[in-house]
Design a protein around this ligand. Structure first.
Ligand SMILES: [Zn+2]
Length: 151
């Protein structure tokens, strides 16, 4: 919908009106102004929100001190597993240390018989059972290696 600006008082009138609602001036010769520009500007933010909600990640990122390890469901992290390049120097990390896997939309970590254990927020992960992990949790593979979870 457009509108007509009254030539004598400046009031915005509906585009189909022939006289100004304020001063009764004749509007038959006034060209209607298109409002589309304003409507378009209002529509933009909605599109941005839609794009943001579509992103679903199927990997988990473990942020270490100066390195990061990206794991897929089922990956075993360790000195000879996923992240070996970053973990090789840490003798306290086992060759196969912890397995990360997805169950529904939740991520879990499980210790796979490591020497020094796996800890989530300083609590030991019981062997043979998965411990749920969330964004921001800190996983320790030893006292030397702390990894921050980024889902
Ligand atoms: Zn008027």
């Amino acid at each position: 919908m457009g509108y007509k600006v009254c030539p004598s008082c400046g009031t915005r009138n509906p585009e189909d009106d022939i006289v100004c609602k304020e001063c009764m001036a004749d509007l038959t010769g006034v060209e209607p102004v298109d409002e589309e520009v304003e409507e378009g500007a209002n529509r933009e933010p909605e599109e941005e929100i839609e794009e943001r909600t579509v992103v679903i990640s199927d990997t988990l990122t473990l942020l270490g001190d100066g390195f990061s390890i990206v794991v897929k469901s089922g990956d075993v992290v360790g000195r000879q597993g996923i992240g070996a390049e970053s973990l090789r120097g840490f003798k306290t990390v086992s060759r196969r240390h912890a397995r990360f896997y997805k169950k529904g939309d939740k991520w879990l970590v499980e210790d796979v018989g490591s020497t020094n254990g796996t800890f989530v927020n300083d609590k030991p992960v019981p062997q043979g059972s998965g411990q749920e992990i969330k964004n921001g949790d800190v996983i320790k593979l030893s006292s030397q290696v702390a990894l921050k979870v980024k889902v």
